[in-house]
Ligand binder design. Structure first.
Ligand code: SF4
Ligand code: SF4
Length: 88
């Protein structure tokens, strides 16, 4: 994150939101279990009963920016990005 973005976050003009890199995501779902807001879900194709092959996505509007998912992701597939404007 750039110095300008860090400065904006500190001044509370923007908030951080989690963003998952689908190409880096293994679909392990660790982030889903760690998210207190319950705003991560898995997208993909069910190849066996109860087993979905795919990747996780964040429902940005509900993300509080707590960074729990980022800390827990074993594949470093989650990045915190600055959300501007009317973002919560
Ligand atoms: S913890 Fe990381 S690798 Fe696992 S599903 Fe979430 S984003 Fe993907
Ligand atoms: S930053 Fe927090 S609220 Fe947002 S998706 Fe990650 S764990 Fe959930």
């Amino acid at each position: 994150m750039s110095d300008a973005a860090v400065s904006a976050v500190r001044s509370k003009r923007v908030r951080l939101k989690a963003q998952i890199d689908a190409d880096a995501c293994s679909g392990c779902m660790v982030c889903m279990d760690s998210c207190p807001a319950g705003c991560i879900s898995k997208e993909g194709e069910e190849i066996y009963p109860h087993h979905v092959y795919g990747y996780c996505v964040v429902e940005t509007e509900r993300c509080t920016g707590c960074r729990a998912c980022e800390r827990h992701c074993p594949w470093e597939a989650i990045e915190m990005v600055a959300a501007t404007g009317s973002a919560r």
